[in-house]
Design a binder for this molecule. Sequence first.
Ligand code: COA
Length: 501
Amino acid sequence: MHAELAQRVMSAEEAAALIQPGSQIGMSGFTGSGYPKAVPMALARRITDAHLRGQHFKVNIFTGASTGPELDGALAMVGGMQLRLPYQSDPITRKLINAGEMQYMDIHLSHVAQFVEYGFLGKMDLALIEVTAILEDGRVIPSTSIGNNQTWIECADKVILEVNSSQPMALEGMHDLYYGLGKPPHRDPIPITLPNQRIGTPYLQIPPEKVIAIVHTDVPDRSSAFKAPDENSKRIAGHILEFLAWEVKKGRLPENLLPLQSGVGNIANAVLYGLEEGPFEGMTAYTEVIQDGLINLMKTGKLLSASATAFSLSPDGVQSIMPHIGEYHDKIVLRSQEISNHPGIIRRLGVIAMNGMIEADIYGNVNSTHVMGSSIMNGIGGSGDFARNGFMSIFMAPSLAQKGSISTLVPMVSHVDHTEHDVSVVVTEQGLADLRGLSPTQRAKLIIETCSHPDYRPALRDYFNRAERLSYGKHTPHLLTESLNWHARYLRTGHMLPDKC
Ligand code: COA
């Protein structure tokens, strides 16, 4: 290790003692990968002690995206977070947010770094970053995610590094840090024209004088397991594969498709498994996370390369893939999330965006984040970055949730993340609706007849038919006193349909 930095090695407790109440901290971490583990746990213990003494101690936590139980879980459990952004998926944190006990800002992932650089989100006091190693000359090998790490390091007054020896040294060279986009009007084009193109350096740039502590850990990333693809997921994947094959046949997509983006969740992973069996060869990915499914596609030789900002492997994947990660050196590029999710590059490459959803309405508006309009699930993540700017955007979900008491196709979504203007395709296990080139009423008929579950289809038809007759305007017919009744009824009775209550 760099001689000057070696003098700042200390325990997690000593490092946590350097963190002041009220601090705004940029931490590493993206979909359960590369997040600091020892210092957040020590900080949680310090916060508990402070609370026992009757002292107020909370911090604001910014990350790349979701982390793991040692970070979000530990800090949420002790009530240590005042504000969290831009994405999380921790159950305890979710509970506190939905109970109104902590603040949460759900932000497009491509926006976060620039919002901090522009000064929209206040001053960054500290960067707490997990890294794989610090080399003798001071160069720093990033960990299994990059996220906003370089921005946190640049913008924060001080830096704490967690050097995690459980992360494989073979990660060296896999990252591509391209930093310093500048502020408008002084922004230049980002020179990426191919998904796996390298335009930066593999190392994080850290001014040694900013580093106040270095903590050694050996705790592996703790990501959550994927459910094995069930019948519905397989059917959704089947519809998407058939659709993509049709688009190739029509000459609207090349035979090796366009770069794929695949979101988080079990269905997204099932689609990747489906592509293993599909006919497409020579594929690439320009996406946010490298899931098990993408690695398996690489193993088959069908996926040539993938660009992302993080790994998001299941526990089995961490065990089986990480020790051999060096084999994927020439195939995987990990970038900062403002580059992996950059709207301009996504538009230039023509990415096919595939993301999960909570619900869609008959006109194609999509809710990715809120249950019953008010309770956040995870966050928008990068789905908006990719959906609005991609070559086409596909949103997928089973047609039913919660044992059939909820239809994921509703008259009006209870929260909008992706408007009708950003949604090309809606797909459920029932079928796929290609919404491109259709007016609102044409879209409604197609979504109802193709995607909705037969148990809910008559009620959707009834709503739409009456809306067509009685609505104030006939362009996007709605009955405003009824459009959210399904959600209200579910909250009142436990079922969206009146005759099932
Ligand atoms: N109403 C209420 N609950 C619903 C629902 C609805 N319309 N649709 C799904 N749910 C519930 C499910 O019942 C399930 O609950 P459970 O955990 O109690 O079983 C939970 O939401 C997850 O649903 P599941 O079908 O397993 O979906 P998933 O794992 O594919 O995740 C999202 C779906 C929408 C939550 C997930 O894709 C997400 O967070 N998306 C937003 C971020 C994003 O797209 N990022 C990608 C950019 S790279």
